[in-house]
Design a protein. Structure first.
Length: 427
RNA sequence: GGAGAGAUGGCUGAGUGGUCGAAAGCGCUCCCCUGCUAAGGGAGUAAGGGUUGAUAGCCCUUCGAGGGUUCGAAUCCCUCUCUCUCCGCCA
């Protein structure tokens, strides 16, 4: 959520920033509603103040043993008037809130202009795509010929966009997850967390998926519905919800491995083959809470933490900064890390690292105490994939393939594979 | 699933219709005293919001959540959620 004070005072500045995303903010309608809110609130609070004063007087008079009937008569109409005002105010406030929750975050100044992902710009590149002396296969072909990737069974069980993995390949994904968690906890200072995979709507409002993107989520049919998390960002970031962190605890760094569930509504026809785009996938997520003013540096640092994983795995990648039109709803600035996939001859997203500034923190009242002023201030929240395990698995398969269809295991993963060096049919 | 108890400020914990946003203790901050790995004295110390040039005043809201009764509710009534204890069941 954008600071409502800023919206009131500088609505046009906000609108022109949001226009960079292609988002249209109707400032006139907002400000008119805001004027009504102001009038109603002042009026309502005045009435509340009157009610409180007279209630106190009645109490005192009663204590003195005086006749309170005249006093009661005097406040007779106050209650009804107040009820009406309060109801109207609540309505206006909720309309304002609906608008505010529907506004994306302000973009950072250095986000490049653009409309689609084609306008994202590369900020660095690492490694060189390997030359194979044969035609590189994609992960589907590799996995199926190894007998370890089974889309047929998956579709029989759950339909499209699911995967069944077997044997060493299933283990390899687990190895990747373990390796990533260990790297982030022991080298990058993250605390490992285990969090719920089912959350209530308020948590998703806090991180920004709701109310706007409900169609992307899976929802249970229970009486109070649960949503399946689309990313660990949701439960992990909500750890700071409604709390005031000690300054000395900052920066807070959490890492979590969770499955992620996405309906992929609206992406019909995209990546229908293979396990690039699934309803369920594994991801290791990095989350940071930092003090205001330190989130820019933290984003660079967090992105670097994700990149370390790919370097250790010796997977060629490039890092791009998302353009204004491609930056996510709540993000002020996002770096995507794209890994080289020989089977597609393309760089594909494997991590997305974003600075949310105080946008999520305001939605969930996540604060820290400023030691200078002693007052609570909104945290800045960041998150990024460190990295998506399913896609990392694809990247390893395709980049480490041999001509005979076997797959070498990256050396950093071998300890997690009981020393195994190659995955071949039957092993 | 059954029975019972509870939910109050950073923490512990009083408070059962009328200056209660809330005693006391702990913690924390500042000051004084003391001059030393201590103790003592004093003051302050919830959050959110509105108004405003203002982090000055003033005002509003909040004692798990949501309703209700009342001139007035932390206190009474209803619903819900959560926590704890015991029993049952269970990975």
């Amino acid at each position: 959520m954008i600071d409502p004070k800023l919206l009131r005072q500088s609505a046009d500045d906000v609108a022109s920033n949001l226009a960079r995303r292609g988002f249209e903010f109707d400032t006139g309608a907002y400000l008119a509603l805001e004027e009504r809110r102001k009038g109603l609130q002042v009026e309502t609070e005045k009435l509340q103040s009157e009610r409180n004063a007279s209630a106190r007087n009645i109490g005192k008079a009663k204590a003195r043993g005086e006749d309170i009937e005249p006093l009661l008569a005097a406040v007779k109409d106050l209650g009804d008037k107040l009820d009406g005002n309060e109801a109207e105010l609540a309505k206006v406030r909720s309309e304002l809130r609906d608008i505010e929750l529907g506004l994306p975050n302000l973009l950072a100044d250095d986000v490049p202009a653009g409309t689609t992902e084609d306008d994202n710009t590369q900020v660095r590149r690492w490694g060189e795509p390997a030359e194979f002396g044969f035609e590189a296969r994609d992960h589907i072909e590799l996995g199926e010929s190894l007998g370890m990737l089974d889309f047929e069974s998956a579709s029989r069980i759950s339909g499209a966009r699911f995967t069944v993995m077997r044997g060493s390949l299933a283990r390899l994904q687990r190895a990747l997850i373990q390796f990533m968690l260990d790297t982030h906890t022991s080298e990058h200072g993250y605390e490992e967390t285990y969090v719920p995979y089912l959350v209530q709507s308020q948590a998703l409002v806090g991180t920004g998926q709701l109310p706007k993107f409900e169609e992307d989520l899976f929802k249970t049919a229970s009486e109070t519905p649960f949503y399946l998390i689309p990313t660990a960002e949701v439960p992990v970031t909500n750890l700071a919800r409604d709390s005031i962190l000690d300054y000395s605890d900052l920066p807070v760094r959490y890492v979590a491995h969770t499955p992620c569930f996405r309906s992929e509504a609206g992406s019909h026809g995209q990546d229908t083959r293979g396990m690039i785009r699934q309803h369920q996938f594994e991801k290791v997520e990095l989350v940071q809470f930092v003090e205001a003013g330190k989130s820019d540096a933290a984003l660079d640092e967090l992105t670097g933490h994700a990149e370390v994983v790919l370097r250790r795995l010796e997977l060629p990648y490039r890092t791009v900064i998302l353009c204004s039109g491609d930056t996510g709803f709540g993000s002020t600035k996002t770096y995507d890390i794209e890994v080289w996939l020989p089977g597609q001859q393309k760089y594909r997203e494997i991590s997305s690292c974003s600075n949310y500034n105080d946008y999520q923190a305001r939605r969930m009242q996540a604060r820290y105490r400023n030691p200078q002023t002693g007052k609570p201030e909104l945290l800045h929240t960041l998150n990024g994939s460190g990295v998506a395990a399913g896609r990392a698995l694809i990247a390893v398969m395709e980049n480490y393939q041999n001509e005979d269809g076997s797959i070498r295991i990256p050396s950093v993963l071998q300890p997690y594979m009981g020393g195994q060096e190659v995955i071949s049919r039957g092993s």
